[in-house]
Design a protein around this ligand. Structure first.
Ligand SMILES: [Ca+2]
Length: 377
């Protein structure tokens, strides 16, 4: 059975015992203001389970009825956002508790939607979010004083905006390339272990720098009072994302973490990127080499051109592994410096730069150690 509404209609759900477990669907059409009253015919709590809720470009208000004492819960298996116009907000409002299995632009290939999770109930839940079957994408806005918890493994690709109240994430599945924005009066609670890759982070209107962000009590390098919970958010440099995409690095946060080594060649992604290696193929041939040469020693490695453009790199040398001398590796050749060390950089079109440090014997008499150092933002 499907209930269909006309503009201004109030649909009241009321049974004698406050329960209903039938796959009835609500098709609310488009461009209509509608209200659902969660009620019962005798005093007490209500907990109704229905099928699909189909919404258009409209505000849907779910209110507690006058006979409700205790909780008023309305469950839907699916939220269908296929109806209505492109890129319009769909607003869920009211003071009843909503528990929705999943949400998606199910069948419309031409629209994007902004799902606004509003209302005052503090125990709303929503399962996995998905884009539509075509190019349309689903974005999320958290508004109102209540709390919404996203419980599923999301696959949508739109932005996340937390304007008010609290948005809780149980899985690290925010879109990897989209912006996350949190206003100063709101909170994003990361109720998962580990980190979630996002495209960018905007805190109270200000775009933040790349890096790992967490709560004030987290161990993240960057912290904000607008973030709570044990999880963290990671913003990877755009140039790293481009490199990862170009080299087929899987999109998961686990695979894309800078310290990950998905091809298990012993070289972390960040070093693969720096050296122009391949994150999905054995790249041990790209590791730096220290070799004897006439009058001294030569330290040679390759450097990815995009890495050169976005991350400062240096070579550090030491004779005792305690005191390190830093040699910046710029865009062009340099030196010799006061220790007689020269840096020769040979750009190769379409390939990584060839970088050679020439270290004369006079610089060191015994052991010589070298390392590469870079601070990826
Ligand atoms: Ca690797």
């Amino acid at each position: 059975m499907t209930f269909k509404s006309s503009p201004g209609l109030v649909l009241e759900l009321a049974t004698a015992d406050g329960t209903m477990a039938n796959p009835y669907s609500l098709d609310m059409g488009s461009n209509r203001f509608n209200t659902v009253l969660v009620n019962r015919s005798t005093s007490g709590p209500a907990d109704y389970s229905l099928g699909t809720l189909k919404l258009g470009a409209s505000t849907m208000t779910f209110h507690r009825g006058s006979n409700i004492s205790g909780s008023a819960v309305l469950r839907f298996s699916t939220l269908d956002l296929s109806a209505g116009n492109n890129d319009r907000p769909v607003i869920l409002n009211g003071n009843a508790t909503l528990r929705i299995g999943n949400a998606a632009i199910l069948s419309n290939t031409s629209i994007s939607k902004r799902l606004q999770l509003d209302g005052t109930a503090t125990d709303n839940t929503l399962g996995p979010l998905a884009n539509g079957p075509g190019a349309g994408i689903l974005s999320v806005i958290k508004a109102g004083s209540g709390t919404w918890t996203l419980t599923g493994a999301n696959t949508h690709t739109g932005t996340t905006t937390v304007q008010a109240g609290s948005l809780v994430l149980e899985t690290p599945t925010l879109p990897d390339a989209a912006a996350v924005s949190i206003q100063s009066s709101a909170a994003l609670h990361l109720a998962f272990a580990g980190t979630d890759i996002i495209g960018s982070l905007i805190l109270n209107g200000t775009t933040q720098s790349a890096g790992t962000w967490g709560s004030l009590t987290s161990s993240a390098a960057k912290r904000s009072a607008l973030i709570t919970g044990p999880g963290t958010l990671t913003i990877l440099p755009a140039s790293y994302i481009a490199w990862a995409n170009a080299n087929g690095l899987p999109a998961s946060a686990t695979a894309r973490a800078l310290a990950s080594d998905p091809d298990q060649d012993g070289i972390a992604n960040c070093l693969e990127w720096a050296l122009g290696g391949h994150p999905m193929q054995n790249s041990t041939q790209s590791l730096p080499k220290l070799t004897p040469a006439a009058g001294g020693r030569v330290f040679s490695f390759t450097r990815d051109p995009a890495f050169r453009a976005s991350v400062p790199l240096s070579a550090d040398w030491s004779t005792d592994l305690l005191v390190w001398q830093r040699i910046p590796i710029g865009a062009t050749s340099s030196g010799p410096n006061s220790d007689g060390i020269s840096v020769t950089i040979t750009p190769v079109v379409g390939s990584p730069d060839q970088v050679v440090l020439t270290i004369p014997n006079g610089t060191t008499t015994g052991n010589l150690y070298l390392r590469l150092a870079a601070e990826i933002p």
